[in-house]
Design a protein around this ligand. Structure first.
Ligand code: ZN
Length: 349
C-alpha cells in the first residue's frame, strides 16, 4: 500500500492493470544463482505485468589463487576472469516451465548463453530454440563492448566488427527474435571532444541488419561510461535515421537513470527525446535476482523524474505499450519460425 502510494504520481494516467512491463530482468547473477518461479511472481506482484527474462551469460570464476576464501559474487569483486556459461539457457527454460500455466504468458524468456565472438553462436541459439520450442522470445542481454567486463572475459575481445555478430543479427532477422544488445557507446575515459568510440560502428552494424528488432541496452551508457556533452543529440541522429527504424532504446539500470535525470538540462533533453520519439523507448529494471518487491520496484522509481516530465500518453508507451508491441511481434514471428523449421523434431521423437 505504501509502495503503491509512492509510485502513484508516475502512473496517474493508467489506474487499471499493471503500472510497468519490465524489458530487462536478470534471472541469474554473475555466479549463476537463480531466482525461483515463486520468488519471481512475488517480486512482480500486481505492479509489473510482463517481463523479459534473461540470465547472465558470464560466470565470474572463483579463482582461489586470486581471491582465496573471499568468494566473489560480482565482476567488480575479483580480478579473475569471466567465462561463457551456456547452461544458463537450460536453467531459464526449466524455470519458465515451472511457472504456473496461468503466469507463463507474462514472461518473454531470452537466450543468452552464447559467445558473440564465435561463428558457431548461431548454432547454439538455434539449438536452444529446437530444444525448448514455444519458450523463447529473444536473445540477450549479451555484451559486446562493456566497461570492465570485456577485458575480463576469456578469449579475444568481443567487437562490433566481428563477423560472428553479423551472423547473430542475420539469424535474429530470420527468426524474429528480439535482440537486447549491450555495447557501451564509449570507452571509460574518452578524450575530450572525441566522438564516442563505439557509437558509429554500432550504427553501421545495425544499418546492415534492418530486419532485426534491436533494443540497445541502457542507450549505450553504464556505471563508468557517462553521456558526453551532446549525447542526447547523437541519440536523436539515430532516431531520425530512416535506416535505423528497427533500433529501440532500453531505459534500464539505476546507475544510468541517475545519469539521465540530472542535471536539469540533461533531464530536459531526454524528456524531449521521449516526447518526440515515444515509440522507441522501453523501460526496464536491469534488476539482478531481486530479493524483495520493494528493492525491485526501486529500479523503476529511479526513472521517476523522467517519467514525471513526459506526457501521460508518452509515459504509458514507454512503461507498457512499446514492450507489448515489440515482444508480441517477436513472439508471433518466433513461433511461426519454429513451426516452419525443417530441423524441428517431430513430436515424440
Ligand atoms: Zn542487464
Amino acid at each position: 500500500m505504501a509502495l503503491a502510494a509512492l509510485l502513484a504520481p508516475v502512473v496517474a494516467a493508467s489506474q487499471t492493470g499493471p503500472r510497468f512491463h519490465d524489458g530487462h530482468f536478470h534471472t541469474t547473477d554473475y555466479i549463476q544463482r537463480e531466482i525461483s518461479p515463486l520468488e519471481l511472481l512475488e517480486v512482480l506482484g500486481d505492479g509489473v505485468g510482463r517481463v523479459a527474462l534473461m540470465g547472465i551469460p558470464l560466470q565470474q570464476k572463483w579463482d582461489a589463487f586470486v581471491s582465496g576464501e573471499r568468494a566473489p559474487d560480482y565482476y567488480l569483486r575479483s580480478d579473475a576472469s569471466l567465462y561463457y556459461y551456456s547452461f544458463v539457457d537450460a536453467a531459464l527454460a526449466a524455470m519458465v516451465r515451472a511457472l504456473p500455466a496461468a503466469e507463463r504468458d507474462r514472461v518473454d524468456p531470452m537466450i543468452t548463453g552464447f559467445n558473440p565472438t564465435d561463428m558457431y553462436a548461431v548454432d547454439h541459439i538455434r539449438r536452444v530454440l529446437r530444444l525448448y520450442p514455444g519458450v523463447f522470445t529473444g536473445i540477450g542481454e549479451f555484451s559486446i563492448h562493456k566497461e570492465v567486463v570485456s577485458s575480463k572475459t576469456v578469449g579475444h575481445n568481443a567487437s562490433l566488427r566481428n563477423p560472428a555478430l553479423e551472423r547473430i543479427l542475420d539469424f535474429a532477422a530470420e527468426t524474429g527474435l528480439v535482440v537486447m544488445l549491450h555495447s557501451d557507446a564509449d570507452v571509460i575515459l574518452p578524450r575530450p571532444g572525441d566522438r564516442p568510440a563505439h557509437f558509429d560502428p554500432l550504427a553501421e552494424l545495425l544499418r546492415r541488419h534492418p530486419g532485426a528488432t534491436v533494443l540497445w541496452a541502457h542507450a549505450g551508457l553504464g556505471r563508468f561510461v557517462e553521456p558526453t556533452p551532446g549525447y542526447a543529440g547523437l541519440i536523436e541522429d539515430l532516431l531520425e535515421d530512416p535506416d535505423l527504424v528497427h533500433l529501440h532504446f532500453d531505459l534500464s539500470w539505476d546507475v544510468v537513470a541517475e545519469q539521465l535525470v540530472a542535471p536539469e538540462e540533461r533531464l530536459a533533453a531526454w524528456a524531449d527525446l521521449l516526447e518526440r520519439w515515444p515509440d522507441r523507448f522501453v523501460l526496464g529494471s536491469d534488476t539482478v535476482v531481486p530479493a524483495t518487491e520493494e528493492a525491485y520496484l526501486a529500479n523503476f522509481e529511479a526513472w521517476r523524474p523522467l517519467l514525471d516530465r513526459i506526457s501521460p500518453a508518452t509515459s504509458e508507451r514507454v512503461r507498457l505499450r512499446n514492450y507489448e508491441r515489440l515482444f508480441d511481434a517477436a513472439r508471433r514471428r518466433v513461433r511461426a519460425w519454429e513451426q516452419e523449421d525443417p530441423g524441428a523434431s517431430a513430436p515424440g521423437s
